[in-house]
Ligand binder design. Structure first.
Ligand SMILES: [Zn+2]
Length: 478
């Protein structure tokens, strides 16, 4: 399908992009855009992050490539990740986004048919696990997911479609220092939860609703920089201690005045977030049954909850992803016991395997496309939002944008400095993402337009008006 003449005429077009799930290749604009990009096509990770070199002692190709159902400490995890990149160099790339307090690398493995370079027009997604160092199941799930993806690429058409059309960034541990001091068999408690300076990393991010006075930590800084460099469309933050998929907002404007009975704090994209959470819970072996982990805990209807309705928290990672960068992140609580005995790991992997894969595929739902000027050059940092959904998102340096949306009719608002703003009608269907190319016309001299989108971030409360968070809810802690 050739859309380029439409683009040059300055029309707005939409049509199916990546096709049905699984889909055939259809990248109408890529070649054209590639030829126009002059800012350089160096792979994102090579430019910004040092890709880990392959180890000197490469494993023999005849040596079996396995992942044991055991917990992997930092050295063992690093060894497995390096072994994976040397065994599957065309499907994986390993990079570090920074170091923990004690100097351990914060590893990220990309698993994709294009591990080293962003595929223009195709989404980047991520999983971040083990940010609470004692919530250990998630860390092992990530290693098994990596193993599963690379070993099934050539035999499973769905996995192949996913990896051909998505760059999957997997961080098995955001808190490697905490994991080293956590204890196998400890279902509850806080030993290893915090980073090496005693900070809870899921209370350490800038907050939409309240000023976060916690001193920022190196692990948090690394993640903030990472999500500012790569436009992630969809994300899962994996935890343990409960069995539920919890969606934004985690915080609420009035939590200081609330008792233990919390009320929901819903985003303008609540329909999408509920759908994403349900995708995880209903593909999980048990989660959607909503059975409480212990008698003192509540069960969750269909295995999902709004974060603030469960318990409000300030400085969480999922609200930060969504409000600052338009990345839809859901918190996935994958085990009632935070650090169960290793012999239970096969069960956890089987329970979560399908959920982990299907959740990522949701990045291919909704609307995506390119913002370009009249000459077909990408417009970077255009501000976009769906009308009536006042959390915005931005175009990348290639002019790309994505927004996960449920089927329906929407108005897409596009604004960029120096251009005439546009409002574009978009129809989203169930079967495939809708491709929308938006051409912006240069504003005439003297013409000025009010910036309609103030993201990132949109401040509901001015920093002076925002109450500081000096109340920590200490009860559920998952
Ligand atoms: Zn947690």
């Amino acid at each position: 399908m050739n859309l380029i003449p439409w683009v040059l005429l300055g029309l707005i077009s939409w049509t199916s992009a990546q096709g049905e799930l699984p889909a055939s290749e259809d990248k109408p604009n890529e070649a054209k855009l590639m030829s126009k990009i002059t800012v350089g096509n160096a792979p994102i990770e090579q430019r910004n992050y040092q890709v880990a070199p392959s180890p000197y002692n490469l494993p023999e190709q005849s040596e079996p490539y396995n992942i044991a159902y055991e917990y992997h400490n930092y050295d063992q995890m690093t060894k497995f990740l390096r072994a994976t990149t040397s065994r599957y160099p065309s499907l994986t790339a390993l990079y570090s986004i920074g170091k923990s307090v004690q100097g351990r690398d914060l590893w990220v493995m990309v698993v994709s048919a294009s591990p080293y370079e962003h595929m223009i027009g195709k989404p980047d997604v991520k999983y971040v696990a083990n940010m609470h160092g004692n919530e250990a199941v998630s860390r092992e799930l990530m290693l098994h997911l990596i193993h599963h993806l690379v070993t099934n690429y050539h035999t499973d058409p769905y996995i192949r479609w996913l990896m051909d059309n998505t760059r999957i960034h997997i961080m098995p541990s955001m808190n490697p220092d905490g994991f080293e001091v956590a204890k196998e068999g400890a279902c509850d408690g806080g030993q290893g939860r915090y980073n090496a300076r005693g900070f809870d990393l899921n209370r350490n991010f800038p907050d939409y609703f309240k000023q976060n006075n916690k001193r920022t930590q190196p692990e948090t800084e690394a993640v903030k920089e990472w999500v500012s460099k790569i436009q992630f469309v969809l994300s899962g933050s994996l935890h343990g201690g409960a069995l539920v998929a919890s969606y934004p907002f985690d915080n609420t404007p009035n939590s200081l005045f609330q008792s233990y009975a919390s009320s929901p704090s819903l985003t303008p994209d609540d329909d999408v977030f509920k759908h994403l959470a349900l995708t995880y819970s209903t593909n999980h072996a048990k989660m959607s049954r909503g059975v409480a982990c212990r008698s003192s805990q509540q069960g969750f209807r269909r295995g999902i909850t709004n974060g603030a309705e469960w318990y409000p928290l300030t400085g969480g990672m999922q609200d930060f992803n969504y409000v600052w960068y338009g990345c839809m992140e859901v918190t996935l609580e994958v085990s009632c016991c935070k650090y169960p005995p290793a012999n239970e790991l096969p069960k956890y992997w089987e329970d979560n395997r399908m959920s982990l894969i299907k959740f990522l595929a949701e990045a291919h739902r909704g609307v995506h496309g390119f913002v370009m000027d009249e000459n077909g050059n990408p417009v970077e940092k255009a501000s976009l939002k769906i009308k009536t959904r006042d959390v915005g998102f931005q175009s990348t340096k290639y002019g790309e944008f994505w927004r996960i949306l449920m089927p329906g009719v929407y108005k897409l608002e596009v604004y960029a400095d120096g251009y005439v703003p546009r409002e574009v009608d978009v129809m989203v269907v169930e079967q495939h993402p809708t491709l929308v190319n938006v051409t912006l016309h240069a504003a005439k001299p003297g013409q000025s337009f009010k910036r309609p989108v103030t993201s990132p971030p949109i401040t509901m409360l001015s920093p002076e008006a925002a109450p500081s968070s000096n109340v920590d809810f200490s009860f559920p802690q998952d």
